[in-house]
Every structure is written in C-alpha cells, then in structure tokens.
Ligand binder design. Structure first.
Ligand code: PHE
Length: 348
C-alpha cells in the first residue's frame, strides 16, 4: 500500500515537474516566468498541495522520498534561474537596440539663468588683475565715517565731502560712497607690498538719467617701493586693452581726490566708434572709466604704513560704465530694472 502510495505520488510529481518545466520554457519573458514560478513553486502552489500527501508515506520511506523531491525541486529551481537570466539578458539587448539615442534631436529647452552684466564685468576685471598678481578683498557696505572719509584724508567738515552726496546711517556710519575704504581695511590688516582688488556696491544720493543711487566700483591698490605714475598708467592701459582690445587707448586727465596726489581721471577710447564719435560716447570719442592717482603719503601714514619707505597707487573703476561700453547698453537704469527681457540676453 505504501509502496503504491509512493509510486503514485512520484508519478504525480513527475507530471507536475514536467509541466512546470514546460511552462517555464514557454514563458517568453522574464516577468511571465517569475509569475509561473510563483504559481508552480510558491506557498499556494500545486507542489505544496501534492507535498502534503507525503504524510501518507511509510516513515522509513519519507527520507528517501524527501531526498528525491528535493533534487527535483532544486533542478527546477536551477532551470528557472538559468532561463530567467537568459530572458533578462535578451530583454536588455532588445531595449538597447530600441532605445538608441538620436543625438540630432533638439534637447529639452531649459530656462537657464545667467549672471547680471555687472557681475560679468566684475568677473572679467578680477580675472585680468589676478593675472597681474592682484588678489581680491571685500568690505562691508555700511562703513565707519573714519574708513570711508577720515582715513582717506577727508576730515569731518572738509569741503571735499560735498563731492560725494552721502547717505548717513548715524553720525559715525555711512553707506560707503566708494570702495576706497577697503584700501584702508587692507592697509590696517596687512603688510606691504600689497596688490589688492576690491569690487563692491557703493551708494550716493544721486539719481538722474546717467546716475543711480547704487552702483558698483572696483578698487585697486598697489603698494611697494618706488611706485610711480608710469606704473599706474601701464597697469590701467593693460587692463583696458585686455578688456576692450589692443587698439583701445587710455587718456589721463588731471583731477583732484583728497587721498591721491597727483590725481587723475582716466578714459578709454570709445571701443564702439574708435574715437570717431558716436552716441555712446556723446560724440567725444572717449568714455570715462574712473579716478586714480598715487597714494597720498598722509593716507599711508594714517593706516600705519611708513610713507618714507613705501609708495603706492590706487584707482577706482565704475563698473556700470564699463558694462555700458562693453555691451553697448544705452541706459544705466536697465541694470536695476530686473527686466527679464534685458537680463536673459546675458545668460549663456
Ligand atoms: N574713490 C574715488 C571715487 O569714488 C575713485 C578713486 C579711487 C580715485 C582710488 C583715486 C584712487 O570717485
């Protein structure tokens, strides 16, 4: 009876394993195969049901039968695995064939941001002076009266304060009217020789067609032994020619700043009309860039640098003016309006 049972069960299982194997072979794709595996071998499968009948076997037959069954199950498992890998591989190859990227198709369009033209000019300026060995310094926009004026040889009540209409925060603090206080900060904090560049936002009570109450400057300061006007002129000419092209010329006009002596304002030949005269340069052929000069000995001394030993030059660049020339922008107010149609022309 047991013998009979054993054989019957074996036959049933043989049929089961055969049909499982057959079904696996015909699965066609890996997810179908996985489904079949769950159906044939999972916890609710026919296999589990047939296996329950093992309890009717004679106890001594159970281990032998069990061993046989395990081998069969393992063989089915192995055939499932090798089929599964083969199907997966085929599917991957198929996908790779179908999903060929057509690199001639246009990419998805992105709204890409960009830097403001003022920042682009600051970046270029910084790079040019870095190539000459200058390094960048910064300072706060709210400055002490001392750093903004007094240390630069502009005492309280000195008439030259009227040159710069100042926003006062209180009696001792101002919104910096220029980047020159960064010269003072650097001289107090560092030892010469010094070659620094200081870009930043500055503020003046000025508001008309060609002036806005906030604008940007880049300050430069060089302190070493035996520094002359020739070094200053050479440096600024190099800067202008690198930015606008080697044909650009620089012109120095005698001027006055309390912190430099001698002082000058400097212009570059209009890169748009090359000195023929156009509306950008108001038909003068020249564009104003900023002020400069040799550092006043008093300014060095006020920041504890011995003027007997050290000399220097300093300059300030008006960034908006450079950007106007560089990009041919007709109106300074465009820099502040944040009109996306204007700004997006500079994104890249
Ligand atoms: N600080 C001056 C200004 O704002 C420019 C300047 C800087 C002049 C350095 C001389 C030296 O107009």
């Amino acid at each position: 009876m047991d013998q009979n049972n054993n054989q019957k069960l074996k036959d049933k299982l043989k049929v089961f394993f055969q049909s499982a194997e057959q079904a696996f072979q015909l699965a066609g794709n890996s997810s179908k195969l996985y489904e079949l595996k769950t159906r044939f071998m999972g916890s609710k499968s026919d296999l589990q049901k047939i296996m329950k009948e093992m309890k009717n076997l004679a106890p001594e037959e159970k281990p032998i039968f069990g061993k046989w069954l395990n081998e069969k199950k393992q063989a089915l498992e192995e055939s499932y695995l090798s089929l599964f890998h083969r199907l997966k591989k085929q599917e991957l190859e198929q996908r790779m064939k179908e999903e060929v990227v057509d690199i001639s198709l246009p990419g998805p369009s992105k709204n890409q941001g960009g830097l403001h033209p003022v920042q682009l000019i600051i970046q270029q300026t910084v790079n040019i002076f870095k190539s000459l060995g200058y390094s960048v310094r910064t300072g706060p926009m709210i400055e002490s009266d001392w750093n903004n004026f007094q240390a630069l040889n502009i005492p309280i009540n000195h008439p030259s304060r009227d040159l710069q209409d100042t926003f006062y925060i209180d009696s001792d603090h101002v919104l910096r009217t220029h980047t020159s206080p960064i010269q003072v900060r650097s001289m107090l904090a560092e030892k010469p020789p010094l070659a620094i560049l200081a870009p930043g936002k500055v503020f003046r009570r000025d508001n008309d067609v060609s002036h806005s109450p906030t604008f940007h400057q880049v300050e430069g300061m060089f302190i070493d032994r035996h520094v002359s006007m020739a070094h200053l002129k050479g440096t600024l000419s190099y800067f202008v020619k690198t930015l606008f092209g080697s044909n650009t010329r620089v012109r120095f006009r005698s001027s006055y700043f309390p912190f430099t002596e001698p002082s000058a304002e400097y212009d570059c030949s209009c890169p748009i009309c090359e000195r023929k005269g156009c509306s950008m340069c108001q038909h003068s052929g020249w564009m104003e860039i900023g002020g400069c000069g040799l550092m006043h000995p008093k300014v060095l001394a006020l920041s504890h640098i011995n003027p007997e030993k050290w000399e220097g030059f300093a300059f300030g660049l008006g960034v908006e003016r450079l950007a106007i020339v560089y990009y041919g922008i007709p109106h300074i107010k465009l820099f502040l309006e944040n009109d996306i149609r204007f700004l997006e022309q500079f994104s890249y």
